[in-house]
Design a protein around this ligand. Sequence first.
Ligand SMILES: [Zn+2]
Length: 420
Amino acid sequence: MRISKLLKSTLALGKSVVIICCNLHEAIGNSRGELVIDIRQKVRKRGRCGRCGRLSAWEDFGGGPRTWRHLDVGHFTTTLLAAARRVRCPTHGVTVAEVPWARHDSPFTRDFEDLVTYDAITSNKNAAARRHGICWRAVNNICIRVATEALGKIDLLAGLSAIAIDEVKYKKGQKYLTVVCNHETGKVVWAAKGRSKDTLKAFFTALGENRCKELQIVTCDGAKWIHDVVAEKAPNALVCLDTFHVVKWATDAVDETRRDEWNTLRRSGSHSAAKEVKGLRWLLLRNWENLSRHQRGQLRALEKANARIHRAWRLKEELRDIFTKGIIAARRALDRWLAAASRSKLEHFVKLARTIRRFRDKIEATIRYGHTNGIAESNNASIGRLRTNARGFHHAESLITMVMLDRADIAPDLPWNHAK
Ligand SMILES: [Zn+2]
């Protein structure tokens, strides 16, 4: 096999690229060895505009050759070297022509960028930067370029009929994103910085008047600003309260009850009992079906040790169970639950019962139409994972890019999985 043919197959440069020659620069000191490959595009009558892809007349050979970092070969980094020819686009004027191996205005090849994006999503940007020997900023720019290109090719807002609207905290100090998901696909379709009426109105503006009318179901938490905007912008949509949020209210009420008990015990001098109550936190928050035999035993023992905490925990589990029932059984169970919570003498559950009464029609709508907690819960979890991997995001825009790449499922596949 000739060396150029071997290289062309290994580097997967495609049929429209010709290899002119290649040079190997050995490693010196700490810098890696480099394989530099001179290439050119097969000559065509007309080129394409690098910015819009439109067929345009060739202008000139540009200002000399340019380089693009490509996928590594063994221990060596690979650099492609080619003339950056220019075209005269009717819209964009004289501009660099599109090349099949790279996105416009990038010093990296398409395959290299796809691999870096994959690494940034599956681990984080710092790890991806170290792994490929580029700086964090370059990884960030790659992610933005890849996401922008992918979002330009698809319309995520097409055919929406059931959506989930959620607010996700991304940074300390009341920094939130508003995230919209499609219930049918489970994907994120829109995200923006902030949580206000104006933020959400921007979504409905992007959706357009006609598509707003086609919205049938909107699930969300109890936030009034969401309910108000939905009522104004999507009058045909039925608002359902997300199960995930209702269960979270109950989980929070359990935790607050536990904290109150802990404080009472601590102040009364029962230090060992207080310590035990403190250690219960994670056990109480977990779902019964996920507990081990030992943990279930601990909860049974709690009934005698601290009846108030046990009652709070049981109310949480009973509320969770209501969402697994059919609408008629659920209505009856909800009546019983509200009575029990109101009589429970647990301050946080008496308050929760009041909240649930207020949203009762929206909760029943959720049970009737079967849009349960899956989406909001999994999105919250994966956005949390992205945030933890990045050890916090300073800019909402960086997180939005990553959320769209990961949760809107627009990230490119690994280069070797692309159909060529
Ligand atoms: Zn153009």
